[in-house]
Design a protein around this ligand. Structure first.
Ligand SMILES: [Mg+2]
Length: 260
C-alpha cells in the first residue's frame, strides 16, 4: 500500500516534490508525534485533578469544550497564553453555576495545574518507541496543539526533550492541526519533504486526517481501541509498540534496529 498518498491537493503534492513513484516508496526521514494522550497520559491526569477539585467525574467533556474554545483564541492571536488559563477556568466554573471572584479562579487554576503536573505520566510504550526511532536514524518532532511553552517543560520533566529535534506548538506557530501549515512548518524547519515524513497522534481528524491531507504518512494511535471507520490513507495502531513494524512496511530503507 502506498503510504498516505490519498487526499493531497495539487499544491500539497507539489510541495511533496511531485507525483509519487509507486515503485519507489519514500525514505522515512522524519516522524512527528503529538504529545498529549500520544506520549503523555494527559487526559487521565486532567480528569483526576478536576474530579478532586469539584467532587464529580462527569464534567470532563465540558472542561475539554471550554478549553478547546480558549486555546483556539490563543492560536488565533486573540488571547495571550497567560490570560487564557484564567479566563478558561473562570468560564468553566461559570458554566457549572459556581460564582467566584477572580482570586478564587486563580486559586482553583493553580491547584488544578499543580495536581495535573504531579500526576501525568508517560505511556509505557513511549520510551522503547522513541529509542527505536532514534536508532533508526530518523528525525523526531513533537507537534502539539497546546498553546504554550509549558509543553517544552513537560517534555523536559518527563525526560523526553533529548529525543526531539524540533517542537512545534500551535500557540507559537499561529495555526493548529489539522491545518496543513502546522505540519508543513515542521517539515520546513527540518528540511524534510512531507512525503518523507509521518505523523502519529491520538486524534483521528486532528492528527491523522490532517497529516494525510498535508501529504505526510498518517498514523492514528487508537489507544482505547474504540471501533471507528478508518479513512483511506490513514493507518491505525493501538499502541506505539506497533509503530516500528508499520513504518518498516510502508517506507523504503528505514533502518531496522533490534528492539531493546
Ligand atoms: Mg493528543
Amino acid at each position: 500500500m502506498d503510504f498516505a498518498r490519498t487526499g493531497t491537493t495539487d499544491s500539497e503534492t507539489a510541495l511533496a516534490g511531485g507525483h509519487p513513484d509507486p515503485w519507489s516508496p519514500p525514505i522515512l526521514r522524519l516522524v512527528c508525534l503529538d504529545i498529549d494522550d500520544t506520549l503523555v497520559d494527559f487526559t487521565a491526569a486532567g480528569r483526576r485533578a478536576l474530579r478532586a477539585l469539584i467532587g464529580r467525574a462527569d464534567m470532563w467533556p465540558l472542561w475539554e469544550r471550554v478549553t478547546d474554545h480558549h486555546v483556539a483564541m490563543v492560536v488565533a492571536g486573540e488571547l495571550d497564553y497567560e490570560s487564557m488559563h484564567h479566563r478558561r477556568t473562570g468560564s468553566f466554573l461559570a458554566e457549572l453555576g459556581v460564582l467566584v471572584d477572580s482570586d478564587d479562579v486563580a486559586c482553583f487554576e493553580r491547584r488544578r495545574r499543580d495536581l495535573v503536573r504531579r500526576s501525568w505520566r508517560l505511556f509505557d510504550d513511549v520510551l522503547p518507541c522513541l529509542d527505536w526511532l532514534r536508532a533508526a536514524g530518523v528525525q523526531l518532532a513533537a507537534v502539539t496543539n497546546a498553546s504554550g511553552t509549558h509543553q517544552r517543560a513537560k517534555l523536559a520533566d518527563l525526560g523526553l526533550a533529548r529525543f526531539f529535534d524540533h517542537v512545534a506548538i500551535a500557540g507559537e506557530v499561529g495555526v493548529a492541526k489539522p491545518d496543513p501549515v502546522m505540519f508543513h512548518s515542521v517539515c520546513i524547519a527540518l528540511s524534510c519533504d512531507p512525503a518523507e515524513a509521518a505523523h502519529v497522534g491520538d486524534k483521528l481528524d486532528t492528527d491523522a486526517v490532517g497529516a494525510r491531507n498535508a501529504g505526510l504518512g498518517a498514523v492514528w494511535l487508537n489507544r482505547d481501541g474504540g471501533v471507528q471507520d478508518v479513512p483511506p490513507g490513514v493507518h491505525a495502531i493501538h499502541g506505539l509498540d506497533e509503530l516500528p513494524e508499520l513504518l518498516v512496511s510502508e517506507f523504503a530503507r528505514v533502518g531496522v534496529p533490534a528492539q531493546r
